[in-house]
Design a binder for this molecule. Structure first.
Ligand SMILES: [Zn+2]
Length: 220
């Protein structure tokens, strides 16, 4: 028996990685709306062509189009046994749209997970990231030290402009403003909201997630 999960969390909390761990553990696909949009563009389906119009204009893909992609995934064979939905919803109107889509199909969510970590830890994780322009290695100043060259190839390491502390703080503020109403929305819902401590190593967070879901008797 698969599980039907939504995973939410701020930038830097490791949501994508943990979503993969959960998908693997329960043998269900991780439905990342970012990946689904890219796949639709490549596949050139009718929905994919609608995505392309917005994509090429540099505009956000509207909610109804993203919901269409999610509906396709729910109705296909891949997600019939469950899913880990990652990257959607991000707003209350999106959650309403998703709720309708689930109700139409009599699909019940097992859990809505919110990975949480203090802002300082998230800023530190992201702003400490360094990328090698030559070999593509991604590392962290904690691992290599400040101003160190690439440990793989000796080229210079750089910080992505998106990863600057100031930018990260802005991204986190945007996330909070957008997501706080959404967290309250799910806390009030029948499924409820399950907050999970996202601090510590990837493995520690993973084990915490597994334990939380087993305690909720989701594992079936
Ligand atoms: Zn390198």
């Amino acid at each position: 028996m698969g599980v039907r999960l939504i995973i939410m969390g701020p930038p830097g909390v490791g949501k994508g990685t943990q979503g993969e761990f959960l998908a693997e553990r329960f043998g269900v696909p991780r439905l990342s709306t970012g990946d689904m949009i890219r796949a639709a563009l490549q596949a050139g389906t009718p929905l994919g062509e609608r995505v392309r119009v917005y994509y090429e204009a540099g505009e956000l893909v509207p909610d109804e189009v993203v919901l269409g992609l999610i509906a396709e995934a729910f109705d296909g064979s891949e997600a019939s046994g469950g899913f880990v939905l990652d990257g959607f919803p991000r707003t209350v109107p999106q959650a309403d749209g998703l709720g309708e889509l689930l109700a139409d199909r009599s699909i019940e969510l097992d859990a809505v997970l919110s990975l949480e970590a203090p802002e300082e830890e998230l800023v530190d994780r992201i702003s400490g990231r360094r990328v090698c322009g030559a070999c593509g290695l991604v590392t962290h100043v904690r691992a290599v030290g400040a101003n160190a060259p690439c440990p793989e190839c000796g080229a210079a390491l750089a910080q992505r402009s998106d990863d600057r502390a100031e930018t990260v703080r802005n991204r986190l503020a945007v996330y909070r403003a957008q997501t706080e109403p959404l967290l309250a929305y799910y806390a009030r819902s029948e499924t409820g909201l399950t907050a999970v401590d996202g601090t510590g190593t990837l493995e520690a967070v993973r084990d915490r997630l597994f334990e939380t879901l087993h305690m909720a008797e989701v594992a079936g």
